[in-house]
Design a protein around this ligand. Sequence first.
Ligand SMILES: [Zn+2]
Length: 973
Amino acid sequence: MTIMDSLPAAPHVGETLGRYTVERVEALPEMQGTLVLLRHELGARHAHVIRADDNSAFGVTFPTVPKDSTGVAHILEHVVLMGSQRFPVPDPFFSMLPRSLNTFMNAMTASDWTTYPFSTRNEKDFFNLLAVYLDATFFPLMRYESFRQDGHRFEFATPDDPTTPLKLQGVVYNEMKGAMASPGSVMWRAFGKALYPDLTYANNSGGAPEEIPNLSYEGLRAFHAAHYHPSNAFFYTYGQLPLARILDAIENHVMAQFAPQTLDVSIPDQPAFDAPRHESAVYPGTDVERGAQVLVGWKLGHSSDPDLNLRWSVLSDVLLGNPAAPLTRPLIESGLGSALADGSGYRDSFREGAFAAGLKGLPAGKAAEVEALVLRTLEEIAAQGIEPELIESSLHQFEIAQKEVSNSGYPFALGVMFRLLGPWLQGGDPVTGLRLDAQLSRLRADLARGPVFEPMLEGLLANPHRVTLEVAPDPALAERAEADEAALVERLSADFTDEDRARIVADSLRLKELQGQEADRSVLPTLGLGDIPTAAPAVTYQTEQPGRARVARAAQPTGGLTYLDVQLRLPALPDDLLDALPLYTFAVTRSGAAGQDYVSLARRIEAVTGGVSAAVGVGTPPDDLNAVRLAVTFSGKALARNAPALVGVLRDLIAAPDFTRDRLEQLLKQRLAGLQASVVQAGNAYAERLAAAQLSATGAVQERFSGLTALATLKATVEGEGGLDALLDRFGRLRALIRTAEPLLALTATPDDLNLDLSPLTDLFSGDAPVGRPAPALPTRAPQARTTDVPVSYNAVAFPTVPYTHPDSPALLVLSRVLRSEYLLPELREKGGAYGGAASFDPREGVFAMSSYRDPHVARTFQVFRDARAFLNGDLGERELTEAILSASKILDPLTSPDTAGRRRIYGDHAGYTQDLEQTYKARLLAVTLDDLRRVMDTYLTEGRATYGVVTGRDPNSDELRALGLTFDVQAI
Ligand SMILES: [Zn+2]
């Protein structure tokens, strides 16, 4: 689909469309769109955004206000996606993923609402997904077995043997056990409870593992009937599809089946505290020296008030928005902790907003010190006044956010939904979430009259509704939680009769039987191979070659922003520099440069750019997996009027960075804390990297850049004697080496802004580039396990395969999609109780991997990986093949936007992944057969080629693993 020349016209206020009435129509000039707000007779609200974007979006959101921590809203979110009246298959949601060309599909439970959004570039797909989403949310089957599978259930250790120990099981139950092991999640939930103890925010909306078993099946159904009703629904649609057709579909599928109903989901105000409070919470962890954090937070006014919301957003950005910010800097420089605490900043997700600040990377018992530091610093800022330049810098950041149209990270089509949802759900004006102009001009007028932010700070300091919250690791908690779980099982099952035990066995067997049944997925709508676009999108750009540099300029409708990247391909590096490189790119944009210290440089970056970054990348050419390419890329964006200043910033970062020992120490501690926290969230990626590192030089380099090896190296640098001085010396060598690289500059801007003078950058690279390609040593093979404080495991196996240009590559990509949806998800998630299971294949890296996420098993999962070949011999048909090809084509056609389309093409061409090669790959993909899948599996995914990685809570070596021929090298993280 291409962008249409003319958009559908907006309806008029007062016009009726069926049983809908148009209540408001508002222009959205910054994003060149129109917002239409409608109301249905049954009370449903609908926001429709008309905008020239080939990506269309839908979302339906229900305020869900739980009264306990049984996780009812979260379990409901899982269960509604397990079969509906028109689509009675066990997993319509997962089944649609490969039948669609969606650019986003998900469901999310927040503390007081639940939302079901999707987006797609294909019109047929939009209406297919709409039908499935509407049926799932309004007419779910909510089978008892679904409740037991994803909520909670009793099961005997050997399910058909009532003499074995009883256990609690359930997908959400296990998911929340994993989530509550992360300090960030514990902090976030404890913060809501501490600041709003009388409201719904005091509950764990995801479900507290010890309370989940209190949820009854009837309670779940009643919660659905009350909340998932048109009168309590907020619909959102976006794009250029005709509104009348969308509303018709909703009327016929949903509205026609409902009678009016009312539900009070309003959240009252939290009664104000008379005096500040102190609270604490714990998570399972052993790092008592650095694992604690302290957050000081206040309750503010209603976050649906647009002026208040904007002002606190700006003030929060001024105080905390960058390393030099007046609250961030004294906190970090105090040396008490290493980084801002999770939850720092302004939060409008509560009905009454919150502002908080604090530190992490602390030993326990520092609450009083951090509290005193935060209060003292805020008092000083209020007394001395905030420099007007800082406020201007922050307002400039809001200008950029208003103008930028980007699908990076998140489709813009759904970003618009989340911006309007905040005020909308809280009874405010949804338009204020999309148009800041009125609030901004009132703020500017007030600022011209006198101080605005200083009185806000004084009010904050005088506000007794304050909480100081400490979250600390408790080394005994994991063990205690296990004992508590055993006691809970004991208590709940104390009165069980023989009949009860027989019923548990019968229920387990029934669940197993249902899971084993072949579902008829043909009731679900689907796209066909003919719906896959075959041509790679054409993007044009101009090139020039000043000296050693190459420059590419791409014209795009960027909304007035300029994006600039400088990619520097590096020559061979000695091992010690290789390890230092990711630390260099982390530190370089956060330190000083060209005579400015880090504070001055951070202020300069905030004043003239929308952010700069540096990253290290490793890749291979399309036809050779053994050639390693290393590059460092410096990137930034700015309003076009500031583009020359952006060039200056990048030049200083590349040519004249200044590192000081003190600043570097702070930064490395921050990075260490961040990496340690990421292990729980991304354990599967770390496990995959451990496995892939044993396969190729590229994999080994990636492990050293971003795997657990990088974490170990960093820890040794921070904690070892003389580590910092040695690193500073390596940074000096890297700085010199970077000037010898081969540069490629990519500029993206509107046609008017494309002639930017880039010579200050290209002049840095004169003379010949040194020869020599990176040739890191090949790794050795041995199954690798890393242990850390998690109650679950992340298991991975990897295989070496072929480069991008090899004819088997597309079949491997299709195979990864088949195994993921048809085999690993059912086996690991539904039967094994893991939160997720996946197969992945990166065509540019040639590594095929299978992994599990938040998995209660190790040996069972590796057996499942082994049995993949037997699954392929089963009755796999054309439907599965078509779905896998559709799914694979999505990976090849990622959603781009004006900020990324040009860069993607420029970098692709430069690395040899040309449009021609992409089209050849796509043509081969469409021709993949079932026999190809079996053949590539037999050729490449054999036991002799496999490598293994595990991230887990304890030594995984067991008799069952040894029976599989696996013995892991175990190291603690
Ligand atoms: Zn979940």
